[in-house]
Design a protein around this ligand. Sequence first.
Ligand SMILES: NC(=O)C1=CN([C@@H]2O[C@H](COP(=O)(O)OP(=O)(O)OC[C@H]3O[C@@H](n4cnc5c(N)ncnc54)[C@H](O)[C@@H]3O)[C@@H](O)[C@H]2O)C=CC1
Ligand SMILES: O=C(O)C(=O)COP(=O)(O)O
Length: 630
Amino acid sequence: MADAASFVFDFDSTLVRIESLEALADLALDGADDGAAIREEVGRLTDAAMAGEIGFGEALGRRLALLPLHRRHVEALAARVADDLALSVQRNLAFFREHADRIVIVSGGFREIIAPVAARLGVAADRVLANDLVYDAAGRVTGVDPANPLAEAGGKARAIESLDLPRPLIMVGDGWTDAEVRQAGAADRFYAFTEIVRRPPVIEAADAEVASIDELLHAEGLAGRWSYPRSRMRILLLENVHPAAVARLEAEGYSVETASGALGEDELIARIGGVHVLGVRSKTLVTDRVLAAADRLLAVGAFCIGTNQIDLEAAADRGVAVFNAPYSNTRSVVELAVGLTIALLRDVTDKSAAMHRGVWNKSASGARELRGKTLGIVGYGAIGSQLSVLAEALGLRVVFHDLTERLALGNARRLPSLDDLLAEADVVSLHVDGRRENTALLGPAELARMKPGALLLNLSRGHVLDVEALAAALRSGRLGGAAVDVFPEEPATNADPFDSPLRGLPNVILTPHIGGSTEEAQEAIGAFAAERLLAYLNRGDTSFCVNLPNVQLAEVAGAHRLLHIHRNQPGVLADLNRTMAEAGLNILGQHLKTDERTGYVIVDVDRDYDPAALQALRGVAGTLRFRTLY
Ligand SMILES: NC(=O)C1=CN([C@@H]2O[C@H](COP(=O)(O)OP(=O)(O)OC[C@H]3O[C@@H](n4cnc5c(N)ncnc54)[C@H](O)[C@@H]3O)[C@@H](O)[C@H]2O)C=CC1
Ligand SMILES: O=C(O)C(=O)COP(=O)(O)O
């Protein structure tokens, strides 16, 4: 149907993110005393015309008369307007270029401004219908050519009719003058384009609303850049994920919703329906129940390091990929651990609190240097080993214990058991991951094995340390102090209260799980995790996925990509390939990777196939999730 259709696009706030006249007003009024008032009046006239409240020709004339507009302003805007393409236009340049012979741009705006955009889209100059500015001898804009139909009310329909374009004719735009084209019978369908602005009267007059070019192409049955319009894919980001992630995901066309705090299990269950990607940090529990309620979920992004808050196996069993940002806040945790160690050795926080109460207590008693002390690192992963390097640079001796074989950096010494470490360390710092088996890794017995007066740091996970036992060890004077950043029970938001048996104890520094909370780390996490999610959504790449086999993939051109996640059981690949052969799919490339639980197959196939054939692939025994791309 759409094969023979003509597409007519409005320009301002449709192909580009600007309203040309307002952009020209900004240039012309730059530095003018009454600039703000004139700009406001110009904006008001634009809105009134767009909403159909005053005639277009009248609005145009009145706006031009208000402005000291010169040829140099027009040239300046023309030089940069192609950088302001609507995001979904940028993504779909191929559509414009491949179909340029059935695309027309029609606008009440100005030819000089539209020409560079038409050139970028591959649309010929004679397929641009626009107003022609008229200049006086000094280069000042005096108005528009009155002989051009676009200078008058109802001009768009007449200009389009004069081209005698093949029907059906599809009109796409954000304004009332675009809706009028359909009302005048010059278009067969009108799509209200709402990526840049949403005007309710225009949407009401439209056959349908589209929030992106992808949605338009989807609605018209044309192969867009993607199989499924990204603007209909919902990404829900909780716990104050950095705006860099939101911007990145939105720039790729996805719909992003955010919430500042964590959600409880039932609240999350109530919100997860229809969500394609969930982003959390350390606090939101993504349980089997949550995953069961997630009818659309493709991926979970942990915008942090730890993934113990997510039921990884339950996610894998539903074909939901989980990603994290394993290195982006490592350094922040390490720096805080170093700072806390020095603060504890010198009793800084209690001395500072006393000063704030007006108490001067200058004394060296109990205050010690870092130099020459032994730091015991429990868990020598990314954070533990980085801490090891910094600690040695500060003159500490480092011993560590890890369950797995790890390269000892510098002069650090590996110790065979936790008990050996506890017996030797002046400062013990916990950096294990939050796996369930690490619950109460340090309990009464372990604390009793620490050296008298030793210090303890926990910046790993709250449940790793028995805080009641620690409080007792501190109260009895057995330990010299502690710094605790993570707690078995943490408030969901900053508005919720905090309590702990450690409150009020001397030389105990309590911090609100801020080990990874630096601006640098949060921005880096936002960028990294967003990139991983996009790689998965856009091309099926599972690099750094923590619960599905990792497959690194490039984008394919000229093919459709099928992604099939299945239970790792005998015969799935054979079944899949037989089904594809029966469906007449021509395979251009195939990857398979499995782990003990799950298999992931990526198949690139020739575009030329019957989409109904894909249904058969969902029926292959063991299928957990099936998705197509492009
Ligand atoms: N306070 C905060 O804001 C932050 C806390 N974290 C926590 O720190 C943890 C560690 O982070 P990374 O070093 O990046 O993880 P990692 O996975 O690189 O290292 C963890 C290491 O602990 C070892 N391990 C696990 N259980 C052990 C045990 N019982 N005894 C000895 N070794 C054990 C592992 O073998 C591994 O080498 C994260 O899982 C997260 O829970 C991470 C970032 C920020
Ligand atoms: O990265 C981690 O694992 C952390 O614990 C940091 O958690 P957060 O992002 O601050 O909730």
